[in-house]
Design a protein around this ligand. Structure first.
Ligand code: UD1
Ligand code: CA
Length: 449
């Protein structure tokens, strides 16, 4: 049975106190909306996002994540049923089940959605995802009788007795497309909020004698974001899961609570991650690599058995080869660092290629930017770059070549050659002592004045 997903993302999110639509706030590097979309990737044949507040930016984010996603507009936010109704035209040719998700609820898993689809398959016309709430508060309550779902009662409309129910509505609902839109047409806004409640579909389906069911998931999956506090809590729970997953997959985290991942970080087996490491978007660390303390990595690839840090910064396009070493206070951007190459101290390597087993001395800088254009530096295999060399790109240092420390290299250095570009040293015998004595005498004369 084909499955379509409608993601509601039109709300203002006023409690965020933000100029940005709520669903665009990020958890683990991805907008909340993208998290919701991610969970549907394996099951959805069609995705429709309902945008309203900040629709243009929401559209950009949705299509950036999934170019096939459709976005429809809900100009006025009249309630969740009204929001779903805006997707009706986009799904007019669709025949199958529809799942409604919220864009501000990022952690519902694909497995949970599969379980809902399975429950639809066993004769339930409407399937709702519920959870046992530790604090039921403002959640809608799932009213069940003999194990089947009779109605969803919004907290604002509930009697004190109904408010005692702890089985709550996550907001996720699944029904046949034609039935869903049919039921929605019957929904009115005669309730405490004056909104068109999607949750009314359950009571309306029951009125027709149709069976409804609630399936449940862990409360952690239903964690929604309404405020900056919620956002921080969502980030924290994501990080806890990511750390656990990294360890379960065979990585060592010496202080897991100080390591931060994004949704797309890939960590191989036997990777060691020391304390206080931050991974930005798109990082892959291959097996056996070590990421030492206080390093920051984004958009990079670290190959097997490489060592990064402590205090290293890998920026987008850094490709670190097997057994290579990037040491303290080294920044690498858009550069290939060959197998076994070493950049151990205090360097900036940008827009460069470094051959295998090259040794880049302390303080080496690739001068890659002329103020307008970026230029490339190529360093050959086994080259030895003397400490404090400035490599003014575009420039090439050949295989087995060397540069004298302190050189400003503006011309290519051929294979096996030595490039030295610094003033010649002069030695003046006795001058240091004579100078010192003169200065001391001048100081003594001054203090007598
Ligand atoms: C909703 C449910 C409630 C459930 C809770 C879980 C209804 C009537 N109530 O309540 O049973 O326990 O979620 O969090 O459905 N939205 C739109 N357009 C609208 C209204 C809402 O796109 O016109 C979007 C919001 O942006 C949000 C989601 O739908 O992402 C939920 O809306 P919200 O107003 O937060 O619903 P709740 O009152 O929390
Ligand atoms: Ca809400």
């Amino acid at each position: 049975m084909p499955v379509a997903v409608i993601i509601l993302a039109a709300g203002q999110g006023s409690r965020m106190k933000s100029n940005m639509p709520k669903v665009l706030h990020r958890v683990a590097g991805a907008p909340l909306l993208a998290h919701a979309m991610m969970s549907t990737q394996t099951i959805a044949d069609q995705i429709v996002v309902v945008a309203g507040v900040g629709a243009e930016r929401v559209t950009t984010a949705a299509t950036e994540f999934d170019p096939d996603a459709q976005v429809v507009l809900q100009a006025e936010q009249l309630g969740t049923a009204h929001a779903v109704q805006q997707a009706e035209a986009a799904l007019s040719d669709f025949d199958g089940d529809v799942i409604v998700l919220y864009g501000d609820t990022p952690f519902i898993t694909a497995d949970t959605l599969e379980a809902m689809i399975a429950a639809r398959g066993t004769g339930n016309s409407v399937v709702v995802l519920g959870f046992e709430a530790t604090t039921p508060g403002r959640y809608g309550r799932l009213f069940t009788k003999n194990g089947s779902l009779e109605a969803i009662i919004e907290a604002k409309d509930a009697t004190p007795e109904q408010l005692q129910i702890t089985l709550c509505n996550s907001g996720v609902i699944c029904a046949d497309r034609a039935l869903l839109f049919d039921l929605i047409r019957e929904i009115d806004n005669d309730n405490a909020s004056g909104e068109f409640y999607l949750t009314d579909t359950v009571a309306l389906a029951r009125k027709r004698g149709l069976t409804c069911a609630a399936i449940t998931c862990d409360e952690a999956q239903t964690q929604g974001v309404n405020s900056r506090h919620d956002l921080a809590a969502a980030e924290a729970s994501f990080q806890t899961r990511a750390r656990t997953a990294a360890m379960e997959n065979g990585a060592t985290l010496t202080a897991p609570e100080t390591v931060f991942f994004t949704y797309d970080t890939h960590i191989g087996r036997d990777v060691v991650i020391e304390p206080n490491v931050v991974f930005g978007l798109s990082v892959t660390i291959e097996s056996g690599a070590t990421i030492r303390a206080f390093s920051h990595l984004e958009g990079c690839h670290v190959s097997q058995h490489a060592t990064i840090g402590p205090y290293a910064r890998l920026r987008p396009g850094a490709e670190i080869g097997d057994h290579a070493k990037v040491g303290n206070f080294v920044e690498v951007k858009a550069a290939l660092v060959g197998e076994g190459a070493k950049i151990n101290h205090l360097s900036y390597i940008g827009d460069a290629e470094i051959g295998e087993d090259a040794n880049i001395g302390a303080g080496t800088i690739t001068c890659n930017y002329d103020g307008v254009f970026k230029h490339k530096t190529v360093i050959g295999a086994r080259a030895f770059i003397g400490s404090n060399t400035a490599l003014v790109a575009p420039v090439r240092v050949g295989n087995d070549a060397m540069t004298g420390s302190g050189s400003v290299i503006t011309h290519d250095v051929p294979d096996a050659a030595m490039g030295i570009a610094r003033a010649k040293q002069a030695v003046k015998l006795g001058l240091a002592l004579r100078l010192m004595n003169k200065l001391r005498a001048a100081k003594a004369a001054k203090s007598k004045e």
